[in-house]
Design a protein around this ligand. Structure first.
Ligand code: ATP
Length: 380
């Protein structure tokens, strides 16, 4: 198991700064996701780790070894590209065996090994098919097999679950995690999809504009976002504008007790995940009353949108209890203090109160009311 250390990595393509002083420690034998929107520099970072690009400045270390100037084929890292990059005129078996051929491994041996790796990725009996004769999901597995046959210490995956339907995604995810554990591979996954990052990785590095924005366990991104931008990127959290004084935040919902929050000024968003709000539960402590505007069934849970003092709060429960709650129904929501968190409010026009919904009160944002609304009852 080998740790990776990226130290002040910058990469420029001409005048474009694709990656800006990225410093990141990546744990050995674990899966780390480089997450961020398109163009934030994720693939550039992966190629710098692979040795397919040289940094403009900064160092890459594998364990204690500085590999910045070591060629890609001597690093012990293999990258699997999103578009697979298989040779179209070679069979799946020959594609997988290709790296061993380059290493001078005799034909019989590389065939045997290629078949074993193809078996491992669930492609038994398909060695003689050409890429055009395989499905997209099967081609993805061939690309993974082609990397695994080289027995890398570091596996680099570019959007490994993209373009796969839900069923294939699950299978591919299990396969990646199984081989990663079996071989104790240090794995870095690039993705723009927060769900993909969460299901694959133990550790997430969130990049915006070529810079590291937040780094930590997946859960912290949902429950303890460092900034409004992180909270919005992770989506579907409730955001309520407010003004913080110590552990108290004055909001349109009333005065809330919010013990914890990210550092910053007094103008904040109170964030709370839909599944952490409670419905008609007196143990929740502070409560607000509102009216349902819509409800829906989400397969494994149900959801209601509840308007309170012009703010729409989304609440999810783990059963179908909210499915038949019609518009206009009065609902009491609990806001347990430990489920609340604040992030500093960024200054920008027309910010919606929740990423999922149009603002119930247009213009909430910079000039949001900061005092408790006297018309709203908050009980605790
Ligand atoms: P995506 O998710 O869309 O693949 P990304 O986060 O992986 O995006 P990169 O591919 O690393 O982002 O690109 C980062 C920035 O560098 C982008 O602004 C991109 O346009 C630019 N860029 C990438 N490759 C080149 C190149 N070969 N020449 C010039 N600019 C490039």
């Amino acid at each position: 198991m080998i740790d990776l250390h990226l130290e002040g990595l910058t990469h420029r393509y001409g005048s474009v700064v694709a990656l800006d002083r990225l410093t990141l420690d990546i744990g050995g034998g674990a899966v780390t996701a480089l997450l961020g929107p398109s163009g934030c520099g994720k693939t550039t970072a992966l190629k710098l780790i692979a040795g397919l690009l040289s940094p403009t400045s900064g160092r890459v270390r594998f364990g204690g070894r500085d590999v910045t100037d070591v060629p890609a084929d001597r690093r012990g890292a293999v990258m699997v590209f999103q578009d697979h990059r298989l040779f179209p005129y070679l069979s799946a078996g020959d594609n997988v065996a290709f790296g061993l051929r380059m290493r001078g491994v005799p034909r019989r041996e590389r065939r045997r090994e290629a078949e074993a790796v193809l078996d491992r990725v669930g492609l038994h009996g398909l060695a003689s098919r050409r890429p055009a004769e395989l499905s997209g999901g099967q081609r993805q597995r061939v690309a993974l097999a082609r990397a695994l046959i080289l027995e890398p210490e570091v596996l680099l995956l570019d959007e490994p679950l993209a373009n796969l339907d839900a069923h294939l995604r699950d299978g591919m995810r299990e396969l990646i995690l199984d081989v990663q554990r079996e071989r104790e591979l240090t794995t870095v996954v690039v993705t723009h999809d927060q769900e993909e990052a969460v299901v694959l990785a133990e550790d997430i590095a969130l990049l915006f504009d070529g810079r590291l924005h937040q780094h930590g366990a997946p859960r912290t991104f949902f429950e303890r976002p460092a900034t409004e931008r992180t909270a919005r990127f992770f989506g579907s959290t409730n955001l309520v504008p407010g003004h913080r004084h110590g552990e108290v935040v004055d909001t349109p919902l009333g005065r809330l007790h919010v013990p914890d929050g990210a550092p910053g000024g007094p103008e904040v968003w109170v964030t709370v995940r839909p599944e952490r709000l409670t419905v008609a539960d007196p143990r929740a402590g502070q409560q607000v009353q509102g009216r349902v505007t819509s409800s829906s069934f989400l397969g494994t849970r149900s959801r209601a949108v509840v308007e309170v003092a012009g703010i729409r709060l989304t609440v999810d429960v783990a059963d179908d209890a909210l499915v038949d709650v019609g518009p206009g129904t009065a609902l009491t929501l609990g806001l347990p203090a430990e489920a609340l968190w604040t992030v500093p409010r960024e200054r920008r026009e027309g910010t919606p109160t929740s990423p999922d919904h149009e603002p119930a009160t247009p213009g909430w944002g910079d000039d949001a009311r900061t005092a408790a609304d006297p018309d709203v009852e908050v009980r605790s």
